[in-house]
Write a protein that binds this ligand. Structure first.
Ligand SMILES: [Zn+2]
Length: 102
């Protein structure tokens, strides 16, 4: 039966990691959002309102992004010291990619 089992080709949305600047599927990236209050937070759900930036779940990308203020540019806002600390803590808790390989 032609057409009865139509496959809908869904293109995975690609985003650019602001750390290493490589593109990846959204699922491989962690979203950071600028809230309405001007806070910069990790968006675990990926659905929060506000301007977002994406980073690999890789501590190296976070260090790079935080080191050169990529978030400030991507989100068009200054990252408050407290938010920055929270992001650094989040990055530190991420598993290293190299050690994660089986
Ligand atoms: Zn990256």
């Amino acid at each position: 039966m032609a057409g009865s089992n139509q496959i809908v080709a869904r293109r995975a949305p690609e985003r650019t990691c602001i750390g290493c600047r490589q593109t990846a599927g959204k699922r491989a990236l962690v979203r950071v959002v600028r809230t309405a209050e001007g806070n910069v937070q990790v968006d675990q759900t990926g659905r929060r309102n506000g301007r977002g930036a994406y980073l690999h779940a890789d501590p190296a990308c976070w260090r790079t992004a935080l080191g050169r203020d990529a978030l400030t540019r991507a989100l068009h806002t200054a990252v408050a010291p407290a938010d920055r600390e929270a992001l650094e803590a989040y990055a530190a808790a991420l598993p290293n990619r190299d050690s994660a390989t089986p």
